[in-house]
Write a protein that binds this ligand. Structure first.
Ligand SMILES: [Mg+2]
Ligand SMILES: [Zn+2]
Length: 211
C-alpha cells in the first residue's frame, strides 16, 4: 500500500467485503465464487462521483483458523479489483485482519486490534492514506461493522440483508441508517451530503446578512 500524505484529507467509504460488497460465501477464496452484490456497481459509481474513495475492510479469520493461506487473499483482492475495474470503479485499498483469538495457526491466533468490531484497520488506512474519518462512512452488513465504523469516528450504514442475527444493540452499535443494498446506501450518502451543503450555504447567507 502506497501512502499518500501530500494532499487534503480524503473522504472515504469503507466497505465490508462479505455480504456487503460481494455475496457471502463463508471462508471462500476461490475467485469463481466471488460475485458482486445487487446494487454494488450502481452504488459505488455514485460514491465515486461524490468524491469518495473506496476501501475494503474485511475480517479474514479463515487464515487463523487454517482454512486457507494468507497468500490466497492476494487472488481475492485481484479478482475483486478486476470485477470493479470492468465497471470503471477503482478500489483505493484492501485491508484485512487474518487473526482470531481461537485460531489454530499460532502466528495468527492472537487477540488483535484489527479484527472488527475493533477499528484498527480503519485507523491504519486513515494513516496510510490521509483520510478524514469524520467525513467518511462505513457500510457493512452486521453490527460489528457499525461498531468498528463508529469507533473510528465514521458515520455508518447497515445493509440489512439477514446476515445480522443477534442484534446486540448499544449506542456504538446503532447504525445511522439501515438500507437494503449498496445502491440505496449510496443514495443515503448522496442525500446527507446534499443536505449538509445546503446547511453550509444557508449558514453563509446568515453571515452575509448579518454583515
Ligand atoms: Mg459481512
Ligand atoms: Zn487482526
Amino acid at each position: 500500500m502506497t501512502s499518500d500524505q501530500s494532499s487534503m484529507p480524503k473522504k472515504t467509504v469503507f466497505l465490508d467485503k462479505d455480504g456487503t460488497l460481494i455475496e457471502d460465501v463463508p471462508y471462500n477464496v476461490d475467485p469463481k465464487h466471488i460475485k458482486l452484490t445487487t446494487g454494488a456497481i450502481e452504488g459505488l459509481l455514485l460514491l465515486e462521483r461524490l468524491g469518495y474513495e473506496l476501501i475494503v475492510i474485511s475480517n479474514q479469520s479463515g487464515v487463523a483458523r487454517g482454512y486457507f493461506q494468507e497468500s490466497a487473499l492476494v487472488g481475492v483482492e485481484e479478482h475483486l479489483r478486476n470485477l470493479l475495474g470492468e465497471a470503471g470503479i477503482n478500489l483505493s485499498g484492501f485491508y484485512y485482519c487474518p487473526h482470531h483469538p481461537d485460531g489454530v495457526v499460532s502466528e495468527y491466533a492472537i487477540a488483535c486490534d484489527c479484527r472488527k468490531p475493533a477499528p484498527g484497520l480503519l485507523l491504519r488506512a486513515a494513516s496510510d492514506r490521509n483520510i478524514d474519518l469524520h467525513s467518511s462512512w462505513f457500510i457493512g452488513d452486521i453490527l460489528n461493522d457499525v461498531e468498528a465504523g463508529h469507533h473510528a469516528g465514521c458515520k455508518t450504514i447497515l445493509i440489512n440483508n439477514g446476515n445480522e442475527t443477534e442484534w446486540e444493540l448499544s449506542p456504538l452499535r446503532t447504525p445511522d441508517f439501515i438500507v437494503s443494498d449498496l445502491a440505496t446506501a449510496a443514495q443515503v450518502i448522496f442525500s446527507v451530503d446534499s443536505h449538509s451543503e445546503c446547511r453550509e450555504q444557508s449558514a453563509l447567507v446568515e453571515v452575509i446578512r448579518e454583515a
